[in-house]
Design a binder for this molecule. Structure first.
Ligand code: BES
Ligand code: MN
Ligand code: ZN
Length: 504
């Protein structure tokens, strides 16, 4: 879909569908909607007057203008109460409108962002609308062959404004939002790809391709190099699979030469069967999403480069497949991690923390100002918080605060769980330094406590995305399946980074 920003009035636009917004409980329309309605002779206002369309959040009304205005159809979308307007509601409402238009097989639509008087700035509104439309229209179709011809996408979306000043701001915001939506879509694509098509080597190739296109350096450590370094936790997990593990390293230097480095670490389990501690077969297919953290990191680095963000980044994605075989690691095994610390294997299904341990140790090489890891780490996090929320744990209050702010802006919400000393007791080893599971109770937290042992004392935040990485039921602008969660959160965090660190 191409997005255009043009000078003009929606009321005079010969579009297939002119999308306007309406706030619940208001007798008339406002902003661009009011002008269009007036031109049409009050068609939309009539329907509101009848009480058929109230502007309830996500409500959609399609009216055929029958020549009263140049637009063939007028599509009104409900935004709920004006005083309750949020970026999240805007994303959802414009997604719903775009999805409805696509369901009618319409190939093009236009809108205006003039909503009358609202508390949100025009750049934020533009970003939210473009994100909502792009992310809401996302579909994963590369493996569909039978109904290929029936898959029709909207080709063009135009945003109109009459003022030059606003147009300039909208153009910049549309570009930014487009880059972010591309990154989220990319993450969704590679998470949706089945494990046979997205092996650790495939994941490494995705990272290499991005590096080739962008100002990003990509290095991939192979099995031999990992052996030389002593990354035995990662190698242990990968042992049962014929697919060799990959340690993907992406470097983007957009900040000052000697400036601080931010390390992003993403779990890249391309398939998690549980290994010898094998999972029940029901829903095991979903474990192709166990590289969603890694996907988010690759996508965020791509977006940072395309947005030319003034930050220095290293993205680390330990990639492996967890399978049972005669070469697989076993419960009771003791692995010596890259950090030198030893780990007793209680269950081979707690593999994410093992590959992350070695990646976190690698991150310490950069003496990072911040380490953020994203991982579909524990079912316990889903039990604790449900599947809509990211579990956050970490050692640095400032960093947690910055993540929280980015979360609130993007709607990728986080909720903190405690990392108190008692939890650390639970992962102490019997024969080794640590054990890779602290049991069922507080499982999300003991997993984080385990990770903390490999962060070298650098400011660190862990984000458990086991819940929101894959949606069983769609949300207003997130179709069911791979959500691409974490990408927008990370990018927003990085956009705020310099502002927050000035003088620090
Ligand atoms: N990848 C899973 C976590 C997971 C479970 C993500 C369900 C999404 C949905 C992880 O590797 C895992 O298996 N964790 C275990 C840890 C336990 C054995 C200590 C879990 O959560 O059951
Ligand atoms: Mn597992
Ligand atoms: Zn896993």
């Amino acid at each position: 879909m191409k997005i255009h920003v043009k000078k003009g009035d929606l009321a005079e636009s010969a579009t297939e569908a002119a999308v306007v917004a309406h706030f619940e409980g208001e007798p008339g329309l406002d902003g661009a909607a009011a002008r269009l309605d007036k031109m049409s002779g009050g068609f939309i206002g009539d329907v509101i007057g009848q009480g058929d369309f109230t502007g309830r959040l996500y409500q959609i009304l399609v009216i055929y203008s029958r020549g009263s205005v140049p637009a063939k159809r007028m599509v009104a979308v409900g935004l709920g109460k004006r005083s309750d307007l949020t970026l999240e509601r805007l994303r959802g409402a414009f997604s719903k409108a775009a999805q409805h238009i696509r369901s009618l097989n319409i190939g093009e639509f236009a809108t205006s962002l003039d909503l009358g008087s609202v508390a949100l700035s025009i750049d934020r509104i533009a970003e939210a609308v473009v994100e909502g439309v792009r992310l809401g229209l996302y579909r994963f179709t590369p493996f569909k062959t039978a109904e290929r011809e029936q898959i029709r996408e909207i080709a063009n979306f135009t945003i109109l404004d009459t003022e030059n000043g606003a147009l300039k701001i909208i153009k910049a915001a549309v570009k930014t939002a487009g880059i972010i939506a591309d990154a989220v879509s990319f993450a969704r694509d590679i998470v949706s790809a089945p494990a046979n098509e997205m092996t650790p080597a495939d994941l490494a190739n995705e990272a290499r391709q991005i590096a080739r296109r962008e100002k990003i350096k990509c290095r991939v450590l192979d099995e031999r190099e990992m052996r030389g370094l002593g990354m035995n936790a990662l190698l242990g997990v990968a042992g049962g699979s014929n697919e060799p593990p990959q340690m993907i390293v992406l470097e983007y230097r957009g900040g000052e030469k000697a400036g601080p480095v931010i390390a992003l670490v993403g779990k890249g389990l391309t398939f998690d069967s549980g290994g010898i501690s094998i999972k029940p077969s029901e829903k095991m297919d979903l474990m192709k999403d166990d590289m969603a953290g890694g996907a988010a990191v690759i996508a965020a680095v791509q977006a940072a480069s395309q947005l030319a963000l003034p930050v220095n980044l290293v993205g680390l994605i330990p990639a492996a497949e967890n399978l049972p075989s005669g070469k697989a690691y076993k419960p009771g095994d003791i692995l010596k991690s890259f950090s030198g610390q030893t780990i007793e294997i209680v269950t081979t299904d707690a593999e994410g923390r093992l590959i992350l341990a070695d990646a976190l140790t690698y991150a310490c090489r950069y003496k990072p100002a911040a380490i953020i890891d994203l991982a579909t780490l524990t079912g316990a996090c889903v039990v604790a918080l449900g599947d809509n929320v990211i579990g956050m744990m970490g050692t640095d209050e400032k960093l947690k605060g910055e993540i929280r702010e980015a979360a609130d802006l993007t709607g990728e919400r986080v909720w903190e769980l405690p990392l108190w000393e008692e939890y650390h007791e639970l992962i102490k080893g019997e024969a080794a330094d640590y054990r890779n599971s602290g049991g069922k109770a507080g499982g999300a937290i003991t997993a984080a406590a385990f990770l903390s042992k490999f962060t070298g004392g650098y400011p660190w935040v862990h984000l458990d995305i086991a819940g929101p990485a894959w949606l069983m039921k769609e949300k207003p602008y997130i179709p069911k399946g791979a959500s691409g969660v974490g990408v927008r959160l990370l990018v927003q965090f990085l956009r705020n980074w310099n502002r927050d660190r000035k003088g620090a």
